[in-house]
Write a protein that binds this ligand. Structure first.
Ligand code: CA
Length: 232
């Protein structure tokens, strides 16, 4: 079954262009120009990914993202007209999986959408649950389940991909650019601080004390590593 993408964008021209490209790529597309309507649509429709314009006339894209994140881990790709890096990082802090700055190439958008969808589906075909840190963290790639200190935790596809990369090689230090390429699924000259934002969000969900992280450790000047050992 085709994945369904909800495009939230008030500029008709961009909305139609995005719809055309996504549909040509075999995706089912729903559209709206209103943030409030988008939230209502999410109540009744099954959506696999949201393409969300940050600058909407009614409810801001930020507010929509925050609302979506408060109830689900559905992937969000943000569109922003603001090119300052600080705005991109802000989008990621709100829990967006990726962002594109306008003007963007529709082909690039399709690639990003595919990469995020692939991430959220890369759950099939892996082994059974693996435990780390004497059961502190249990990850089941097949079922897309994460248990931290006995509690089930929901991650966005990007946070999930980040954790899967780190748990794939406990103790190994991953550089930021290495992680960026893992996250996107293809080579991309990304901003390294993007990774820091995702790590921050991930830590907020899984660390006992996000200020003293013990699971995702920072290696100064190098990158990140899993601070837990794989259980035998
Ligand atoms: Ca707009």
């Amino acid at each position: 079954m085709a994945a369904t993408v909800l495009v939230v964008e008030d500029e008709t021209k961009i909305r139609d262009l995005v719809r055309r490209y996504l549909e040509r790529d075999g995706l089912a597309v729903l559209t709206t120009g209103s943030g409030a309507e988008a939230l209502m649509m999410l109540e009744t429709q099954s959506v696999d990914l949201i393409v969300l314009d940050l600058n909407l006339p009614d409810v801001s894209g930020e507010a929509v993202a925050t609302e979506v994140r408060s109830r689900s881990v559905i992937p969000i790709l943000m569109l922003t007209a603001k090119s300052a890096e600080v705005d991109r990082i802000r989008g990621l802090e709100l829990g967006a999986d990726d962002y594109l700055t306008k003007p963007f190439s529709p082909r690039e958008l399709v690639l990003r959408v595919q990469a995020v969808l692939r991430r959220s589906r890369s759950v099939v075909g892996a082994d059974a649950a693996t435990a780390f840190g004497e059961g502190t963290l249990i990850i089941d790639e097949d079922r897309h389940d994460l248990i931290v200190r006995g509690q089930s935790v929901g991650l966005t596809p990007t946070e999930w991909a980040l954790l899967v990369a780190l748990t794939g090689a406990p103790g190994r230090v991953f550089s930021r650019s290495e992680l960026i390429n893992r996250l996107r699924g293809y080579e991309f000259d990304g901003y390294e601080r993007t990774v820091d934002s995702h790590v921050k969000n991930l830590r907020r969900k899984i660390e006992f004390d996000p200020h003293e992280p013990a699971i995702v450790e920072t290696i100064l000047g190098v990158g990140y590593r899993l601070g837990l050992r794989r259980d035998a």
